[in-house]
Unconditional design. Structure first.
Ligand SMILES: [Zn+2]
Length: 260
């Protein structure tokens, strides 16, 4: 993996992350993981990501140059929160839950295949929904294990980072915003689902502040999804997955109308 230049990362930061990661792995019972705290062009805009590869152990990558990683490194509880989250992904990836989830969402997406002129757009939406539901499942499970406070610290730190604003209004910008806002739904809905409404409301307010400069519709997307997601089974029933997918398509259409 020559592209990674982890030698630029201070030794103390590497040690700190590895130490907390070992603790988290022990607690959750996740076996082997490769961990990478590095500076790399390959990360682009992603801050933290877990990659799965059939031949090797899963890899958790931290983009050392990202603002989120820099903030999280200064707060041990937040760091533990995100490592719990990534390790729970690893644990769930091996379970039947994800397979079931992906099958159902694919079926839901298939029902819309004639409405989309660009197949790529439907594929993107499908990937976003899968990502959001995986995050919801992970956070739901962590809250049930009593790890809510750590997760909360992670989101409090990462959400404070303002999105890039663009003066030019183009369709891709709206699409990016849509994906960004949808991706943040798992940061607060699980708290509402698991009797931590106050904490959920706190995160929700942070998200609202983060997007205060963009039209109200964007920040309302999450609120509109709440009905769907509050009671949803994890993984969802087929009917629930269909409803969620329909709702997302209509929200996405509404938003692209705004940009015209
Ligand atoms: Zn995740």
């Amino acid at each position: 993996m020559e592209a990674f230049k982890s030698e630029k990362v201070p030794e103390e930061d590497l040690k700190k992350v590895k130490k907390i990661e070992r603790k988290v792995r022990r607690e959750l019972g996740v076996k082997e993981v490769r961990l990478l705290l590095a500076i790399s062009d390959e990360f682009k805009e992603t801050a933290i990501q877990t990659l799965f590869n059939e031949e090797e152990e899963p890899l958790i990558m931290f983009n050392y140059e990202s603002d989120i990683v820099q903030r999280v490194l200064k707060d041990g509880t937040a760091l533990e929160g995100i490592l719990l989250h990534e390790n729970m992904h690893i644990l769930q990836e091996e379970s039947e839950k994800y397979v079931e989830l992906i099958e159902k969402i694919k079926k839901s997406a298939n029902k819309h295949k004639n409405e989309f002129r660009e197949k790529k757009k439907l594929q993107e939406l499908l990937q976003t929904v899968v990502m959001v539901l995986k995050d919801l499942m992970v956070n739901d499970e962590l809250l049930k294990k009593g790890e809510g406070k750590k997760l909360l610290k992670y989101y409090e730190n990462s959400i404070r980072i303002k999105p890039k604003t663009r003066t030019e209004i183009d369709v891709d910008y709206w699409n990016d915003l849509f994906v960004a806002v949808i991706s943040l739904v798992p940061a607060w809905i699980p708290f509402y689902r698991n009797n931590m409404r106050k904490e959920g409301a706190n995160i929700r307010n942070l998200i609202h502040d983060k997007y205060s400069e963009v039209p109200i519709k964007v920040s309302q997307i999450g609120n509109q999804l709440m009905d769907e997601l509050m009671e949803m089974h994890m993984p969802p029933e087929q009917e629930e997955a269909d409803e969620l997918f329909d709702e997302l398509i209509s929200l996405h259409d509404e938003l692209s109308d705004t940009s015209k």
